[in-house]
Design a protein around this ligand. Structure first.
Ligand SMILES: Cc1cc2nc3c(=O)[nH]c(=O)nc-3n(C[C@H](O)[C@H](O)[C@H](O)COP(=O)(O)OP(=O)(O)OC[C@H]3O[C@@H](n4cnc5c(N)ncnc54)[C@H](O)[C@@H]3O)c2cc1C
Length: 364
């Protein structure tokens, strides 16, 4: 049986695009790993911060907000964001305040909100309440369920190993099985360029950058539930309440040579924890878990959404970087609009800024 859309990748990009496309035709989604959201989508900090990212990303964040509030009864819950600056971080702090529309507060107010803060270490602090936790698991499950409800299939443990262009579409090999589809949707995260190459499409230069995370017990035994996410000025580190504990990230962006099942670099993690430690009084003595994920960026750090000009039956849903969850509702809607030939709800300049065509200048 020929499918309308064969989607490669069962992270947030693939399931969200699949859900929207399942309203237009028959979807088959293939995920190589034994579970959905196994790679980047299972390792995120799960924050919705509308002002985080390049202007095109911010526009997608904002356009996604209504869906985040309504899908599956709403997937956001209040978190807030506090940026902290130490000595010599004034310029980075000023950028953050301007970029993310933060309000400067006194050190005493910062400490009143988060009692573990070491007041002597903080030169400046700023907050805003407009940052939210995303229930990422519910979002993934919601979109996967939508695909199935609309008659599509989600297959896990299904790695695409070969892709052939047919006159009328695509043939995708997965072990002993061969599937055919009219359109191929590349939602393979860190593997997006590899999928393109397998399909005979020129890669775009999607680069996977590793980011590590450690989880620690609630510092000082505090109830952390209502604390905002803490971020070092210039995103030098961050810490965020997570199921009664705290996750800490060095916020590194270390390129990896080949996409793989990422793991944290112990030195990088230790240095990041030390940067966090400068701002708080309780010592970090124990990690309860650690992991890393690959945040995959296009050369201009903006998502890549839509049909390839070289072959419009090849659809990119890639380059989600550090914004895959917060942008997914609007990004997936845009992809479906473009595939359906409908006028997108988004501004045409924004659609152009997101289009894979921006990497095809001079290519016939
Ligand atoms: C530490 C960290 C913190 C983050 N924090 C946030 C945050 O606060 N907010 C936010 O919005 N985003 C955040 N992100 C970013 C977000 O997690 C990603 O943008 C998003 O998960 C990318 O989703 P994806 O579906 O493109 O990739 P993935 O989730 O990696 O999915 C791609 C899938 O494709 C599959 N695949 C690859 N090749 C094949 C093949 N040949 N056949 C079949 N399947 C294949 C892979 O197995 C993989 O499961 C964070 C990321 C990290 C690592």
């Amino acid at each position: 049986m020929t499918h309308d859309f064969l989607i490669i990748g069962g992270g947030i990009a693939g399931v969200s695009a699949g859900a929207r496309l399942s309203e237009l035709g028959r979807v088959l989604l293939l995920e190589a790993e034994p579970a959905l959201a196994y790679h980047a989508s299972g390792r995120s900090a799960a924050l919705y911060e509308a002002q985080y990212g390049k202007p095109a990303t911010v526009a997608l964040n904002l356009a996604s907000r209504a869906d985040h509030d309504s899908l599956d009864g709403g997937v956001l819950s209040p978190r807030g964001l506090m940026v902290l600056a130490g000595p010599g971080q004034g310029a980075a702090f000023a950028h953050d305040v301007a970029d993310m529309h933060l309000t400067e507060v006194s050190v005493a107010e910062a400490v009143a909100r988060v009692p573990i803060l070491r007041s002597g270490a903080i030169h400046a602090a700023a907050i805003h309440d407009e940052a939210w936790d995303i229930d990422t698991d519910r979002l993934i499950q919601h979109f996967a369920r939508t695909i199935r409800t609309n008659g599509g299939q989600v297959v896990i443990g299904a790695r695409a190993t070969a892709i052939t262009r047919l006159h009328s579409g695509w043939e995708v090999t997965m072990g002993d099985t061969v599937h055919t589809a009219r359109m191929l949707v590349n939602a393979a995260g860190a593997w997006a360029d590899q999928i393109a190459i397998m399909a005979g499409i020129a890669p775009i230069g999607i680069t996977p950058l590793r980011r590590s995370v450690a989880r620690i017990p609630a510092p000082g035994g505090h109830d952390v539930a209502r604390w905002p996410m803490l971020m070092g000025a210039g995103e030098g580190w961050y810490a965020k309440p997570d199921a009664g504990q705290l996750i800490i990230s060095p916020a590194e962006e270390d390129p990896v040579a080949e996409p793989h099942d990422a793991w944290p670099d112990d030195m990088v993690l230790a240095e990041g924890i030390a940067r966090y430690q400068e701002f708080v009084t309780p010592e970090v003595t124990r990690l309860t878990a650690s992991w890393a994920g690959l945040r995959s960026f296009a050369p201009d750090r903006v998502l890549v959404l839509g049909p390839d000009r070289l072959d419009p039956a090849f659809i990119w849903v890639a380059g989600q970087g550090g914004y895959g969850f917060q942008t997914a509702p609007a990004a997936s809607r845009l992809v479906a609009d473009l595939v359906a030939g409908r006028a997108p709800e988004l501004d045409p300049d924004l659609v152009a800024a997101l289009s894979p065509a921006r990497f095809r200048d001079g290519v016939a």
